[in-house]
Design a protein around this ligand. Structure first.
Ligand code: GRF
Length: 206
């Protein structure tokens, strides 16, 4: 099967990027990370890309006049590397019109909470403060809202009485690293169909 070309946008640590790279390299998913783009020159995600021989591109946001111009530059890079699916992995900016129009239903994000609960920053802290018994993570397609797009996969973890933010975040992260590559795999196999708010997962061959 031809490998799906994935472009990853990341601002920081890049552990989800790493999970996608590992799944691709080991042949678990019919995909390859074609380019990693960051708005943060210091992002460890860029180093992770380089270590795997993946082009790592830093784009300096203040250099651009507007969000549109910045995203146009991102689009040029993504086209240059023949990207078919964009994965946001700890990308700290809201995606705008330019990227959305170029990649309709072709941008995914991972969020560290069970959407639609606890959108935005610090999903794990919000869950703890609210007092929920379960939280988790969500992979979704990106639309113009913040963490509002159609949900592809979710995983649930318990919130334990002794949990601090760090413990809960670590438990959630372990699941993130499973469901994000899995969502990419489903996409690569052509098994995701978006119908309004819902994502239909078509049966596979296994
Ligand atoms: C993850 O918790 C993800 O859910 C959120 O940002 C964090 C990124 O972590 N969107 P990493 O950079 O992938 O390690």
């Amino acid at each position: 099967m031809k490998k799906l070309r994935v472009g990853v946008l990341a601002s920081g640590r890049g552990s989800n990027l790493q999970a996608i790279i590992n799944a691709s390299e080991s042949g678990k998913i019919p995909a390859e990370v074609a380019v990693v783009i960051s708005d943060n020159a210091e992002a460890p995600a860029l180093d992770r890309a380089r270590e795997h021989g993946i082009p790592a591109v830093y784009l300096h946001p203040p250099y651009y006049q507007s969000k549109e111009e910045y995203e146009q530059r991102i689009v040029l890079e993504l086209r240059e590397y023949g990207v078919e699916l964009v994965c946001l992995a700890g990308y700290m900016r809201l995606v705008g019109r330019v990227l959305l129009e170029e990649f309709p239903n072709r941008i995914m994000n991972i969020h560290p909470a069970l959407l639609p609960s606890f959108k935005g920053l610090h999903g794990q802290r919000q869950a703890l403060e609210y007092g929920v018994r379960y939280s988790g993570c969500t992979v979704h397609f990106v639309d113009s809202g913040m963490d509002t797009g159609p949900i592809i996969l979710q995983a649930v973890v318990p919130v334990l009485p002794e949990d601090g933010e760090e413990e809960l975040a670590a438990r959630i992260l372990e699941r993130e690293h499973v469901i994000y590559p899995e969502a990419v795999r489903l996409f690569a196999e052509g098994r995701l169909r978006v119908e309004g708010r819902k994502v239909i997962i078509l049966p596979g061959e296994e």
